[in-house]
Ligand binder design. Sequence first.
Ligand code: NAD
Length: 375
Amino acid sequence: MVATHPTRLQGAQVKVQKLKVESHTRDYEVLISSSLETLQSFYKSERKTFLVVDKALTDDMIFMKPLLGSAFKTKRVQAGEALKTLKGAEVICEWLARNNFNKGDVLVGVGGGTVQDLVGFVAQLFHRGCEWHYVPSTLLAQADSCVGSKTSINLNNWKNTLGGFYPPSLVLIATDFLRSLSDFDLASGNGEIFKFGLLKDISWSREGAKRNLVTRDNQEDWVRVIQECLSWKSQVVQADEFDRNQRRILNYGHSFGHALELSLDRNIQHGLAVVWGIDVANWVGMRRGFTSQSVFENVRMVISETFPLLPSARLDSRLFWDSLKRDKKATRAGIGEIFLADFGAPKEHFICFDSQLVEDVTHYFKLPPCIVPIT
Ligand SMILES: NC(=O)c1ccc[n+]([C@@H]2O[C@H](COP(=O)([O-])OP(=O)(O)OC[C@H]3O[C@@H](n4cnc5c(N)ncnc54)[C@H](O)[C@@H]3O)[C@@H](O)[C@H]2O)c1
């Protein structure tokens, strides 16, 4: 459910979007506005807050002041996949223990999806579960990962192997954070927004898909786009929080995407790997009759025009197969994958790890980066 609350800030009225998400652990609220200062008027924690903050978010960023000013203790961390590991979790747990974090205190994660996953993982385990809040600072985290309760960390090179479901009790979204994002990180967040469009829009069009993305030129639309994404995602997640049925559609492009991430030695942003993972899934789906040629071609056209190209020449195919076979959803025989029967019509099919899949994927990597008619 979404509600809009006007609040007064220095004479100007600023709108705050409020979304309530139901969870088996605890229901939680997501507040969305352009500025963190606006959200602070809703955020009145009397308790000691322990902040885990991405190092990229420097003290001089104006929207950081309200957060840093209220913190009891602050820990800076280097964002990235190497952060969300057992070692990373141990460092945070030791910091909490050393500073006598207790049940009356609140752990607050401030950063992108890697900070979220680490802090959520720690919050779930420390003292058998403590309260935590999340302030997402990347587009990917604001438009997607902050809702859904997942808390996964990596084990060695294997992505999101350890974790569970443990939502923060409050999510504060300030789109001002997005101004300092790199073009690649903006594109990465747009990758997940693009995925939502394919999954939900039965009247999906190439022009419409591009219009719904976040760009530096449409800042007045940022709150709306994020609110729409989270509103749709929260409905999917509330219906199947533990990823057993309909929530699995959100994995569209992810198994192939994770395999691309690993085979590029993590030199690709998560959302971009997902976008190209979607392209691989559409290709494999088209070869098996699960996806039409028109869906494959239209989606590939937008991907190649809108997102950075996949550096396929640098791919290590051995790591690609290793990742796919170790995917959480895989069995020894194969993997359940989401395919797009049509726009807004995702469907899961089981595909075997056999010579046909090897042939399909090998052929895919030989495709030119832009669209050519497939015959
Ligand atoms: N828990 C979930 O449900 C879920 C869902 C999707 C993705 N994820 C995970 O999220 C991660 C990807 O998230 P991400 O893309 O946010 O990664 P990230 O946390 O690594 O952030 C990406 C980069 O942006 C920088 N950054 C963060 N905020 C910034 C800001 N405001 N300005 C400038 N730079 C900033 C970071 O320092 C980092 O270099 C992956 O590990 C993925 O598995 C989790």
